[in-house]
Design a protein around this ligand. Structure first.
Ligand code: FAD
Length: 290
């Protein structure tokens, strides 16, 4: 690795000021699970690393009945996996985290880094989008809040400006009669990054018809994507096995997988169809129990 300056701001404001000062020569450093690999491979050679790990305001998981769950950017995968609060309020996240990479990566990698890297083969964004999650972003001119969906622009490209820091993820409370499921599939080994990951969240009316459906497809394109045609298909109807199957085949056409070592485009579309079908059935079952 090339030599670099190592800076340790104590506050978000200080970190944003350093980012502004150093411009494209600087990189935010959180867990380093993603960044260190790129630097070792010589794909990134920042002149300065701005380590945000000591910034207390980026840590912690909170729950408020009216605001929902708030997850600080520095919360690690392992923190999420093992949090009793998350298990109580959003168990699908703990279940997903148990399948992320390996314990070493889960101990280092943070939620903020997972989202800010803009990496396509990840898990959390799909779930956050299905839950209508938002991210809070701080910059030298103050804070802004955007939908998690709006963060992702392309492969490794997010809407974060060079001098901005993702500070937290906010997941609003789910409406009554809601259920969510997330299913990921790794085609080579269970510790490999997923070749597809699908989150489905359904909110049903008292007569069991679907009021709101979110079907989010991950790892099958540059960014996570909502399968809006499949969502439209199921809205207003009662979910049956046949309808879930049809939603799956429509969703499979709403993503852009590429053929690679994890499978051909056709194979990945087939996987997406099956995952949507299964996740929708499970989400519906959970919604009707709430
Ligand atoms: C072997 C391996 C397997 C993996 N498997 C999975 C998997 O199965 N599922 C999955 O979801 N992920 C997986 N990942 C990805 C992993 O989750 C992410 O690499 C990790 O979460 C990144 O977090 P970090 O804190 O280490 O980020 P860093 O490496 O520190 O940073 C990543 C990028 O985000 C920027 N950044 C970090 N934090 C912030 C912030 N708060 N604000 C603004 N910019 C920021 C950095 O500048 C950098 O560009 C895997 C990674 C590895 C190495």
């Amino acid at each position: 690795m090339k030599n670099f300056d190592y800076l340790e701001p104590q506050t978000v404001a200080e970190a944003c000021a350093l980012l502004k000062q150093h411009g494209s020569d600087a990189k935010v450093f959180a867990g380093g699970a993603h960044l260190t690999i790129l630097m070792k491979q010589g794909l990134l050679e920042p002149a300065s690393l701005i380590n945000i790990k000591k910034i207390a305001e980026l840590k912690g998981i909170r729950f408020d009945p009216s605001e929902g769950l708030t997850i600080g950017a520095l919360v690690t995968h392992r923190d999420l996996e093992t949090s009793a609060l998350v298990q109580e309020q959003c168990p699908v996240l703990c279940a997903a985290e148990r399948q992320v990479a390996n314990i070493r990566v889960r101990n280092m990698g943070t939620v903020g880094g997972n989202l800010a890297s803009g990496e396509a083969l990840t898990d959390l964004a799909q779930i956050f989008i299905a839950l209508d999650g938002q991210v809070k972003i701080a910059g030298p001119n103050g804070q802004r809040t955007i939908a998690v969906e709006a963060l992702f622009l392309d492969f490794y490209t997010t809407s974060l400006a060079e001098d901005e820091i993702l500070t937290e993820v906010m997941l609003p409370p789910l409406p009554p009669r809601s259920g969510i499921d997330y299913i990921r599939f790794s085609s080579s080994s269970v510790v490999d990054k997923p070749c597809a990951g699908v989150a489905v969240r359904l909110t049903v009316n008292s007569d069991a018809t679907i009021q709101t459906g979110r079907i989010v497809l991950g790892c099958v394109g540059a960014t996570p994507v909502r399968a809006r045609n499949a969502e439209a298909l199921i809205t207003g109807k009662k979910l049956t096995a046949d309808l879930a199957l049809e939603a799956g085949s429509i969703a499979a056409q709403e993503c852009s997988p590429t053929s690679d070592l994890r499978g051909s485009e056709k194979y990945k579309r087939a996987i997406v169809g099956t995952l949507v079908q299964r996740a929708a059935m499970k989400a519906n079952e959970r919604a009707s129990q709430m």
